[in-house]
Design a binder for this molecule. Structure first.
Ligand SMILES: N[C@@H](CCC(=O)N[C@@H](CS)C(=O)NCC(=O)O)C(=O)O
Length: 338
Protein backbone atom coordinates (compact mmCIF):
# COMPACT_ATOMS: atom_id res chain seq x y z
CA UNK A 1 0.00 0.00 0.00
CA UNK A 2 2.78 2.39 1.05
CA UNK A 3 4.89 1.32 -1.90
CA UNK A 4 1.96 1.79 -4.27
CA UNK A 5 1.40 5.30 -2.91
CA UNK A 6 5.09 6.09 -3.33
CA UNK A 7 4.94 4.86 -6.93
CA UNK A 8 1.88 6.98 -7.73
CA UNK A 9 3.53 10.03 -6.20
CA UNK A 10 6.75 9.29 -8.09
CA UNK A 11 4.79 9.07 -11.37
CA UNK A 12 3.10 12.42 -10.72
CA UNK A 13 6.49 13.96 -10.00
CA UNK A 14 7.81 12.56 -13.27
CA UNK A 15 5.02 14.37 -15.13
CA UNK A 16 5.55 17.56 -13.15
CA UNK A 17 9.30 17.43 -13.82
CA UNK A 18 8.84 17.30 -17.58
CA UNK A 19 6.67 20.42 -17.59
CA UNK A 20 8.70 22.27 -14.96
CA UNK A 21 11.28 24.65 -16.29
CA UNK A 22 11.73 27.84 -14.34
CA UNK A 23 13.32 28.13 -10.94
CA UNK A 24 10.44 28.24 -8.48
CA UNK A 25 11.81 31.27 -6.64
CA UNK A 26 11.39 33.36 -9.81
CA UNK A 27 7.94 31.93 -10.44
CA UNK A 28 6.81 32.72 -6.88
CA UNK A 29 8.14 36.28 -7.13
CA UNK A 30 6.32 36.80 -10.44
CA UNK A 31 3.12 35.30 -8.98
CA UNK A 32 3.31 37.62 -5.98
CA UNK A 33 2.55 34.96 -3.37
CA UNK A 34 3.59 31.49 -2.33
CA UNK A 35 1.36 28.53 -1.57
CA UNK A 36 1.79 26.54 1.60
CA UNK A 37 0.25 23.17 2.44
CA UNK A 38 -0.37 22.70 6.14
CA UNK A 39 -3.06 21.54 8.58
CA UNK A 40 -5.90 23.68 9.87
CA UNK A 41 -7.05 21.88 13.00
CA UNK A 42 -4.21 21.67 15.52
CA UNK A 43 -3.52 24.82 17.57
CA UNK A 44 0.22 25.34 17.99
CA UNK A 45 1.07 23.45 14.79
CA UNK A 46 -1.33 24.52 12.04
CA UNK A 47 -4.65 26.14 12.85
CA UNK A 48 -7.28 28.24 11.07
CA UNK A 49 -9.50 30.20 13.45
CA UNK A 50 -13.07 31.37 12.87
CA UNK A 51 -11.83 34.82 11.86
CA UNK A 52 -9.75 33.27 9.06
CA UNK A 53 -6.34 33.65 10.76
CA UNK A 54 -3.74 30.94 10.34
CA UNK A 55 -1.33 30.23 13.19
CA UNK A 56 1.10 27.63 14.51
CA UNK A 57 4.64 26.41 14.09
CA UNK A 58 4.17 24.91 10.62
CA UNK A 59 2.18 27.97 9.51
CA UNK A 60 4.80 30.41 10.80
CA UNK A 61 7.49 28.71 8.72
CA UNK A 62 5.57 29.74 5.59
CA UNK A 63 4.94 33.25 6.92
CA UNK A 64 8.70 33.52 7.47
CA UNK A 65 9.30 32.33 3.90
CA UNK A 66 6.93 35.04 2.65
CA UNK A 67 8.82 37.64 4.69
CA UNK A 68 12.13 36.36 3.28
CA UNK A 69 10.92 36.68 -0.32
CA UNK A 70 8.42 39.56 -0.23
CA UNK A 71 9.43 41.47 2.91
CA UNK A 72 6.06 40.77 4.52
CA UNK A 73 4.58 37.61 6.11
CA UNK A 74 1.16 37.87 4.47
CA UNK A 75 1.91 36.86 0.89
CA UNK A 76 0.99 33.23 1.52
CA UNK A 77 -1.99 31.26 0.34
CA UNK A 78 -2.50 28.48 2.87
CA UNK A 79 -4.02 25.20 1.74
CA UNK A 80 -5.21 22.66 4.31
CA UNK A 81 -3.99 19.24 3.17
CA UNK A 82 -4.79 15.92 4.83
CA UNK A 83 -2.19 13.27 5.59
CA UNK A 84 -3.12 11.44 2.38
CA UNK A 85 -3.09 14.58 0.22
CA UNK A 86 0.14 16.11 1.43
CA UNK A 87 2.69 14.45 -0.89
CA UNK A 88 0.53 14.49 -4.05
CA UNK A 89 -0.24 18.18 -3.40
CA UNK A 90 3.46 18.99 -3.27
CA UNK A 91 4.36 16.73 -6.20
CA UNK A 92 1.69 18.19 -8.49
CA UNK A 93 2.68 21.80 -7.83
CA UNK A 94 -0.55 22.68 -6.03
CA UNK A 95 1.63 23.88 -3.16
CA UNK A 96 5.16 25.32 -3.14
CA UNK A 97 5.97 24.33 0.44
CA UNK A 98 4.67 21.41 2.49
CA UNK A 99 4.89 22.39 6.16
CA UNK A 100 2.76 19.86 8.01
CA UNK A 101 4.44 17.71 10.66
CA UNK A 102 6.36 15.78 8.00
CA UNK A 103 9.29 13.66 9.11
CA UNK A 104 12.38 13.66 6.89
CA UNK A 105 13.49 10.12 6.00
CA UNK A 106 15.82 8.67 3.39
CA UNK A 107 13.01 7.19 1.27
CA UNK A 108 11.01 10.41 1.26
CA UNK A 109 14.16 12.34 0.40
CA UNK A 110 15.50 10.08 -2.32
CA UNK A 111 12.45 8.49 -3.97
CA UNK A 112 9.80 11.22 -3.88
CA UNK A 113 11.82 13.95 -5.54
CA UNK A 114 11.49 16.30 -2.58
CA UNK A 115 14.08 18.25 -0.61
CA UNK A 116 13.66 19.01 3.06
CA UNK A 117 14.55 22.16 5.00
CA UNK A 118 16.10 21.94 8.44
CA UNK A 119 14.96 19.63 10.09
CA UNK A 120 13.26 22.37 12.08
CA UNK A 121 11.55 20.24 14.73
CA UNK A 122 13.60 17.40 16.12
CA UNK A 123 11.44 15.04 18.05
CA UNK A 124 10.83 11.29 18.32
CA UNK A 125 8.11 8.71 18.43
CA UNK A 126 6.36 8.36 21.74
CA UNK A 127 3.51 6.52 23.34
CA UNK A 128 0.54 7.63 25.42
CA UNK A 129 -1.22 4.99 27.53
CA UNK A 130 -4.25 4.85 29.74
CA UNK A 131 -2.99 5.32 33.30
CA UNK A 132 -5.29 2.48 34.36
CA UNK A 133 -2.99 0.02 32.54
CA UNK A 134 -0.28 0.82 35.09
CA UNK A 135 2.35 0.86 32.30
CA UNK A 136 5.14 3.41 32.51
CA UNK A 137 7.63 2.06 29.97
CA UNK A 138 7.80 0.26 26.64
CA UNK A 139 8.97 -3.01 28.23
CA UNK A 140 5.51 -3.36 29.74
CA UNK A 141 3.73 -3.12 26.39
CA UNK A 142 4.19 -6.73 25.20
CA UNK A 143 0.86 -7.91 23.76
CA UNK A 144 -0.69 -4.40 23.81
CA UNK A 145 -3.18 -3.00 21.32
CA UNK A 146 -1.78 0.22 19.87
CA UNK A 147 -3.58 2.86 17.80
CA UNK A 148 -1.43 4.19 14.97
CA UNK A 149 -1.95 6.61 12.10
CA UNK A 150 -1.81 4.91 8.70
CA UNK A 151 0.76 6.18 6.21
CA UNK A 152 3.01 7.85 8.78
CA UNK A 153 6.55 6.94 9.75
CA UNK A 154 5.19 5.91 13.14
CA UNK A 155 3.53 2.82 11.62
CA UNK A 156 6.85 1.41 10.42
CA UNK A 157 8.86 2.40 13.50
CA UNK A 158 6.33 0.82 15.84
CA UNK A 159 6.61 -2.50 14.02
CA UNK A 160 10.42 -2.20 13.88
CA UNK A 161 10.65 -1.57 17.60
CA UNK A 162 8.48 -4.49 18.69
CA UNK A 163 10.25 -6.82 16.29
CA UNK A 164 13.68 -5.75 17.52
CA UNK A 165 12.60 -6.31 21.12
CA UNK A 166 10.99 -9.69 20.38
CA UNK A 167 7.63 -8.39 21.63
CA UNK A 168 4.21 -8.52 20.01
CA UNK A 169 1.44 -5.94 19.63
CA UNK A 170 -1.81 -5.49 17.74
CA UNK A 171 -1.93 -2.34 15.61
CA UNK A 172 -5.24 -0.53 15.14
CA UNK A 173 -4.81 1.80 12.19
CA UNK A 174 -6.69 5.09 11.79
CA UNK A 175 -7.04 7.16 8.64
CA UNK A 176 -6.68 10.60 10.22
CA UNK A 177 -5.64 12.24 13.47
CA UNK A 178 -9.16 12.88 14.80
CA UNK A 179 -10.17 9.27 14.22
CA UNK A 180 -6.95 8.05 15.80
CA UNK A 181 -7.41 9.94 19.04
CA UNK A 182 -11.16 9.19 19.25
CA UNK A 183 -10.32 5.50 19.06
CA UNK A 184 -7.72 5.83 21.77
CA UNK A 185 -9.80 8.00 24.11
CA UNK A 186 -12.77 5.64 23.55
CA UNK A 187 -10.60 2.85 24.95
CA UNK A 188 -10.31 0.89 21.72
CA UNK A 189 -6.55 0.52 22.28
CA UNK A 190 -4.21 0.42 25.25
CA UNK A 191 -1.95 3.07 23.79
CA UNK A 192 -1.56 5.53 20.93
CA UNK A 193 1.70 6.37 19.20
CA UNK A 194 2.84 9.66 17.65
CA UNK A 195 5.45 12.35 18.28
CA UNK A 196 5.20 13.49 21.95
CA UNK A 197 4.32 17.13 21.16
CA UNK A 198 1.16 15.98 19.34
CA UNK A 199 0.32 13.51 22.10
CA UNK A 200 0.63 16.36 24.60
CA UNK A 201 -1.54 18.69 22.51
CA UNK A 202 -4.28 16.07 22.11
CA UNK A 203 -4.14 15.10 25.80
CA UNK A 204 -4.37 18.72 26.89
CA UNK A 205 -7.69 19.09 25.08
CA UNK A 206 -9.26 16.29 27.16
CA UNK A 207 -11.08 16.79 30.45
CA UNK A 208 -9.60 13.40 31.41
CA UNK A 209 -6.02 14.58 30.73
CA UNK A 210 -4.67 13.26 34.03
CA UNK A 211 -5.82 9.74 33.17
CA UNK A 212 -3.20 9.43 30.43
CA UNK A 213 0.55 8.96 30.66
CA UNK A 214 3.04 9.95 27.96
CA UNK A 215 6.22 7.89 28.26
CA UNK A 216 9.43 9.83 28.86
CA UNK A 217 11.40 7.89 26.26
CA UNK A 218 10.95 7.63 22.52
CA UNK A 219 11.32 4.52 20.37
CA UNK A 220 12.59 6.25 17.24
CA UNK A 221 13.87 9.57 15.92
CA UNK A 222 11.44 11.80 14.09
CA UNK A 223 13.02 14.92 12.65
CA UNK A 224 10.33 17.00 11.05
CA UNK A 225 11.07 19.31 8.17
CA UNK A 226 9.22 21.46 5.65
CA UNK A 227 9.55 20.04 2.13
CA UNK A 228 9.72 21.44 -1.39
CA UNK A 229 10.05 19.84 -4.81
CA UNK A 230 13.55 19.19 -6.09
CA UNK A 231 14.83 21.26 -8.98
CA UNK A 232 14.80 24.83 -7.67
CA UNK A 233 18.17 25.25 -5.99
CA UNK A 234 17.79 28.95 -5.28
CA UNK A 235 14.41 28.45 -3.58
CA UNK A 236 15.86 25.56 -1.60
CA UNK A 237 18.90 27.52 -0.47
CA UNK A 238 16.85 30.56 0.49
CA UNK A 239 14.63 28.47 2.78
CA UNK A 240 17.48 26.39 4.17
CA UNK A 241 19.49 29.50 5.03
CA UNK A 242 16.38 31.20 6.40
CA UNK A 243 16.17 28.35 8.90
CA UNK A 244 19.88 28.69 9.68
CA UNK A 245 19.46 32.46 9.93
CA UNK A 246 16.75 32.07 12.57
CA UNK A 247 19.08 29.80 14.55
CA UNK A 248 21.98 32.23 14.10
CA UNK A 249 19.76 35.10 15.28
CA UNK A 250 19.05 33.22 18.49
CA UNK A 251 22.76 32.50 18.95
CA UNK A 252 23.55 36.19 18.53
CA UNK A 253 20.70 37.43 20.73
CA UNK A 254 18.79 39.13 17.90
CA UNK A 255 15.05 39.13 18.66
CA UNK A 256 11.80 40.45 17.24
CA UNK A 257 11.90 43.20 19.88
CA UNK A 258 15.48 44.35 19.35
CA UNK A 259 16.05 43.74 15.64
CA UNK A 260 15.50 47.38 14.60
CA UNK A 261 17.89 48.56 17.28
CA UNK A 262 20.42 45.92 16.20
CA UNK A 263 20.21 47.19 12.62
CA UNK A 264 20.69 50.78 13.75
CA UNK A 265 23.44 50.35 16.27
CA UNK A 266 25.01 46.90 16.58
CA UNK A 267 28.76 47.06 16.02
CA UNK A 268 29.09 43.24 16.01
CA UNK A 269 30.13 42.29 12.45
CA UNK A 270 28.32 38.93 12.79
CA UNK A 271 25.06 40.71 13.55
CA UNK A 272 25.66 43.25 10.78
CA UNK A 273 26.19 40.44 8.24
CA UNK A 274 23.12 38.50 9.38
CA UNK A 275 20.91 41.57 9.15
CA UNK A 276 22.35 42.77 5.85
CA UNK A 277 23.80 45.96 7.29
CA UNK A 278 27.07 44.71 5.84
CA UNK A 279 27.50 42.73 2.64
CA UNK A 280 25.14 41.58 -0.10
CA UNK A 281 24.23 38.03 0.96
CA UNK A 282 20.48 38.58 0.54
CA UNK A 283 20.72 40.25 -2.87
CA UNK A 284 23.14 37.57 -4.05
CA UNK A 285 20.53 34.96 -3.12
CA UNK A 286 17.76 36.63 -5.10
CA UNK A 287 16.06 38.63 -2.35
CA UNK A 288 16.85 41.82 -0.41
CA UNK A 289 19.80 42.29 1.93
CA UNK A 290 17.46 42.91 4.87
CA UNK A 291 15.58 39.62 4.32
CA UNK A 292 16.52 38.21 7.73
CA UNK A 293 15.33 41.43 9.40
CA UNK A 294 11.95 40.79 7.78
CA UNK A 295 11.93 37.14 8.85
CA UNK A 296 12.80 38.00 12.46
CA UNK A 297 10.14 40.74 12.53
CA UNK A 298 7.59 38.24 11.23
CA UNK A 299 8.21 35.22 13.48
CA UNK A 300 11.23 35.99 15.67
CA UNK A 301 14.47 34.07 15.97
CA UNK A 302 14.26 30.26 16.18
CA UNK A 303 13.76 30.31 19.96
CA UNK A 304 10.89 32.80 19.71
CA UNK A 305 9.36 30.89 16.78
CA UNK A 306 9.40 27.70 18.87
CA UNK A 307 8.41 29.19 22.22
CA UNK A 308 5.55 31.31 20.90
CA UNK A 309 3.92 28.38 19.12
CA UNK A 310 4.81 25.33 21.18
CA UNK A 311 7.06 26.21 24.07
CA UNK A 312 7.30 28.43 27.12
CA UNK A 313 5.15 31.28 25.74
CA UNK A 314 2.37 29.00 24.49
CA UNK A 315 -0.36 27.07 26.29
CA UNK A 316 1.30 23.83 25.15
CA UNK A 317 4.57 24.19 27.08
CA UNK A 318 6.43 21.61 24.97
CA UNK A 319 10.06 21.66 26.19
CA UNK A 320 12.74 22.68 23.67
CA UNK A 321 14.53 19.33 24.10
CA UNK A 322 16.72 18.64 21.06
CA UNK A 323 15.49 21.92 19.58
CA UNK A 324 17.49 23.94 22.09
CA UNK A 325 20.72 25.48 20.82
CA UNK A 326 23.73 23.18 20.89
CA UNK A 327 25.39 25.46 23.45
CA UNK A 328 22.35 25.00 25.72
CA UNK A 329 22.47 21.20 25.53
CA UNK A 330 20.20 20.73 22.50
CA UNK A 331 21.08 19.69 18.95
CA UNK A 332 20.16 22.89 17.10
CA UNK A 333 22.97 24.50 15.18
CA UNK A 334 23.79 26.19 11.88
CA UNK A 335 26.80 26.53 9.58
CA UNK A 336 28.66 29.84 9.61
CA UNK A 337 27.05 32.98 8.23
CA UNK A 338 29.88 34.39 6.17
N1 LIG B 1 5.71 12.99 11.38
C1 LIG B 1 4.89 11.89 10.95
C2 LIG B 1 3.41 12.20 10.99
C3 LIG B 1 3.03 12.84 12.26
C4 LIG B 1 1.53 12.85 12.37
O1 LIG B 1 0.92 11.79 12.55
N2 LIG B 1 0.91 14.01 12.21
C5 LIG B 1 -0.52 14.10 12.32
C6 LIG B 1 -0.93 15.45 12.77
S1 LIG B 1 -0.87 15.52 14.46
C7 LIG B 1 -1.14 13.87 11.01
O2 LIG B 1 -0.51 14.02 9.99
N3 LIG B 1 -2.40 13.49 10.98
C8 LIG B 1 -3.06 13.17 9.76
C9 LIG B 1 -4.44 13.67 9.78
O3 LIG B 1 -4.87 14.11 10.85
O4 LIG B 1 -5.04 13.66 8.72
C10 LIG B 1 5.22 11.54 9.52
O5 LIG B 1 5.81 12.36 8.83
O6 LIG B 1 4.90 10.42 9.10
Amino acid sequence: MRRRLLNVVAAVIGLAATSASAELLDEIKARGELTCGTMDYLAGIGFLDDAGNWSGFDVDFCKAASAAIFGTPDKVKFVAVTGAQKFPALASGEIDILSRSVTATISRDTTLGFSYIGPNMMTGQGLMVHKSTGATDYDQMDGATICVLAGTVTERYLADYFKAKGMSFTPVAAENGDQLFSMYFDNRCDAVTMEPPYLAIRRQKMSTAEEHVIFEDVIAKSYEAPMIREGSPRFYKLLQWMHYGMVTAEELGVTKANVDEMVASSTDPRVQRLLGVEGTIGADMGTTNDWMVNVIKAVGNYGEFYDNNLGANSPLQVPRGLNALLRDGGALTAPGWQ
